[in-house]
Write a protein that binds this ligand. Structure first.
Ligand code: PLP
Length: 409
């Protein structure tokens, strides 16, 4: 088995599992219970919150635990939108990039159905948004911008800190004009483990992170909510998580998430160097071995990387490789690779079953046919050069075979 789909999900790290285990068994208490067993669980949740806050330069009370990335994103978007709904119904306006994850895009579509105005910001051929584009979309009634930190399909890293800085200035002007403040959210599900999550440096009001992409448990995640930013909850009940996410806490999941983020941060610099070298190797090898392919996203070979800082200047996630292979169905190639024990992905895992071409690839200018002829390899901490060597031995033959079949038809 060669697993090259870490952007879809990662296995749980053994150390994460060890940290979680007691909270399913002997330490199973409800954190809201006042006897010792509950206190033990509460302590673990509090400590996890503190640890995560420390890792992203936030305060503990700014961390709201959720059941994953999609829920955090929904809480951010609907939480802000519904908070403004309280005012007389005007058409409040929200902006996201055109290449956001489906949990953002489909939340926006739902809001549009409720009467909110939405805009999707264009990206360039590499998948980058620019501030000039965003500027043109701003209206007096704009209340929210969602821009992902790194794209899950093509690995493009968006200029979050730059947008954050611009918005800070813009919000000062808007305050003087009596206009609503624009809340800035970033979906950092793919960035966690690879990029700097310091919320002050990024200048974000809200940030989504999940556990299932960083060797933590699935259905774990948090939303960073900057002090002073008001949200309406999605889930009402006993008032857990500062009233923003009721329900008995997933104590084991929270402990696992904190442990996973701690480990990811500890190994980040070293892993980034190792994995980006593997990425560059595979990109070069595919270009060399297969004719008529197009790299989707930023070409790391044309970006200057200073001698020891890989992660800052390189605008592609260290673990992402995404190619359009002209004349091939990505779906078929994925299944062929699976027969050889290699797991890869055609677009985002969430879109499986749907045969729609990827909205991300269309947004960067690929045709429908090219978008369907694309494949993503996403590397992880267990990926070795030997595994990639095997892939590159198999892949050109499979592509040749599939292209011949297509020509016969
Ligand atoms: C995986 C992912 C999500 C969704 O997270 P879940 O935990 O699966 O709900 C959201 N955004 C991005 C960029 C992702 O990669």
């Amino acid at each position: 088995m060669i697993y090259l789909d870490h952007a879809a999900t990662t296995p749980v790290d053994g150390r994460v599992l060890d940290a979680m285990r007691p909270f399913w068994t002997e330490k199973f208490g409800n954190p809201s219970s006042l006897y010792q067993l509950g206190g033990q669980a509460k302590l673990a949740v509090d400590q996890s919150r503190k640890n995560i806050a420390g890792l992203i330069n936030a305060r503990p009370e700014e961390i709201i635990f959720t059941a994953g990335g999609s829920e955090s994103v929904n809480l951010a978007i609907f939480g802000v939108a519904r908070n403004y709904r309280v005012a007389p119904p005007k058409s409040y306006h929200l902006i996201a990039s055109a290449i956001e994850h489906h949990c953002v895009i489909n939340s926006f579509k739902a809001l549009a159905g409720e009467g909110y105005k939405i805009s999707l910001a264009e990206v360039d051929k590499q998948g980058l948004v620019n501030i000039e584009n965003l500027k043109k979309l701003i209206r007096p009634q704009t209340i929210f911008i969602s821009l992902m930190y790194a794209n899950n399909e093509i690995g493009t890293i968006e200029p979050i800190a730059e947008v954050g800085k611009w918005l800070e200035g813009l919000n000062r002007e808007r305050q003087n004009q009596g206009l609503p403040r624009i809340i800035f959210h970033t979906d950092a599900c793919q960035a966690a483990g690879f990029l700097n999550l310091n919320v002050n440096r990024l200048g974000v009001d809200l940030m989504t992170v999940n556990g299932s992409k960083i060797y933590g448990p699935k259905q774990s995640g948090f939303l960073y909510v900057k002090n002073g930013v008001n949200l309406k909850p999605l889930i009402y009940g006993g008032g857990q998580e500062s009233g923003l996410r009721s329900g008995t806490e997933n104590v084991a999941g929270i402990v696992g998430l904190a442990k996973a983020l701690e480990l990811a941060e500890k190994n980040r610099a070293k892993e980034n160097r190792r994995v980006s070298d593997l990425r560059n190797f595979l990109i070069r090898a595919i270009k060399k071995a297969i004719p008529n392919v197009l790299l989707n996203g930023v070409d790391p070979t044309i970006i200057k990387v200073s001698s020891n800082k890989h992660q800052v200047i390189d605008k592609r996630l260290p673990n992402n490789i995404n190619f359009t292979i002209n004349g091939v169905e990505g779906e078929a190639l994925m299944l062929y690779l699976d027969a050889y024990g290699i797991s890869a992905s055609t677009a985002s895992a969430c879109a499986t079953g749907a045969l729609d071409p990827s909205h991300v690839l269309l947004a960067i200018g690929r045709s429908q046919r090219q978008a369907k002829g694309s494949i993503r390899f996403s590397l992880g901490k267990n990926t070795t050069k030997k595994q990639l060597g095997y892939l590159i031995k198999i892949l050109p033959g499979l592509v040749k075979q599939l292209r011949q079949v297509k020509n016969l038809k």
